[in-house]
Design a protein around this ligand. Structure first.
Ligand code: C5P
Length: 299
């Protein structure tokens, strides 16, 4: 009998930034409860997925030779999906053109995993509903459910499974600045955060969904969003302090860190941000990658 081979068209797998990120404490399962404003940006990896019912259960990923399929979240997503529809003996071949930097706090791996879940569901003619996909997503990582929702902006809570879309603006530009180096692992960043933070999180100023939506609509100069990891990343590299100072000196910008680092993000509502106009020294500029982008207002 002829094998059934299905192949998806090319899919964009977008990155995100966190405009606001508060950690509310440690849960009984060891993970942290978060409260965050996620926003898609116009930076994406390109993914294709092919499935073959050949009985081999073979998994391959072309385009990321530096990360074996077994450690890649695309591989994890594909295994979890096939297991939940009892098709573990089908083979999956994926290709990726990688643009989103690794360990940047831009959600690249999580976005790729969500793209694989959504694309496999489409190739198999929608055997799983959104609730089941979200359940698989949170097993892969805290950022994955946001990308399953396919909304440009959302308040994300819990371990990442509570996602409440926020109507997105169309006037936001960003410049992402990433110190060159190893990046910061999420687990290491959480460990430092636990050391630095007062365990009594009840004294923390926490926002409601409605407060975030209201503030997001204000000029960026009035945003009092923040990220708990701003104090953490300086422990890993003091260059962050200079980057924050550059942001503070440019009062028309909102400056933050995305996720648990290693990206710093400048946001403007008055046009694109040119790195040459910011006060980086020659030395600093050679030690950072910079990406000029926009915050998306549709997914
Ligand atoms: O979600 P992700 O796979 O990126 O998480 C990596 C690690 O970061 C986890 O294994 C855990 O140690 C920590 N983490 C956490 N609470 C979260 C998300 C991540 O403690 N909500």
């Amino acid at each position: 009998m002829a094998l059934s081979v299905k192949e998806s068209p090319l899919r964009y797998s977008y990155a995100k930034v966190n405009l606001h990120l508060k950690i509310r404490g440690v849960r009984p399962d060891g993970f942290h409860d978060l409260f965050s404003l996620f926003h898609l940006i116009d930076l994406h990896d390109d993914i294709t997925v092919q499935t073959i019912d050949d009985g081999n259960g073979y998994l391959s990923i072309e385009g990321m030779p530096f990360l074996p399929a077994t450690q890649n979240l695309m591989g994890r997503a594909s295994r979890l999906f096939l297991r939940s529809i009892n098709r573990e003996t089908d083979s999956v071949h994926m290709t990726i053109i990688k643009r989103i930097p690794l360990k940047g706090g831009l959600g690249g791996g999580s976005s790729n995993a969500a793209t694989v879940l959504l694309t496999l569901n489409e190739l198999y003619d929608y055997p799983l509903n959104t609730d089941v996909l979200l359940d698989l997503a949170v097993q892969i990582g805290s950022d994955v459910p946001f990308f399953i929702h396919k909304c440009p902006a959302a308040v994300v809570e819990g371990r990442g499974e509570i996602v409440r879309p926020v109507p997105a603006r169309d006037d936001l530009h960003a410049l992402i600045v990433i110190p060159v180096g190893e990046g910061i692992s999420t687990a290491d960043a959480f460990a430092v955060l636990d050391r630095l933070q007062n365990k009594d999180i009840s004294i923390k100023r926490l926002y409601e969904y409605s407060t975030v939506c209201h503030m997001y609509r204000q000029p960026v100069t009035q945003w009092s969003f923040s990220n708990d990891f701003k104090d953490v990343v300086v422990v890993f590299d003091e260059v962050y302090q200079s980057i924050y100072e550059i942001g503070e000196a440019n009062r028309h910008l909102y400056t933050t860190v995305s996720g648990s680092g290693s990206s710093c993000v400048f946001v403007s509502d008055s046009g694109p941000i040119e790195i040459n106009r910011l006060d980086f020294t020659e030395e600093e500029r050679t030690h950072v990658i910079n990406i000029k982008t926009i915050l998306l207002n549709k997914a």
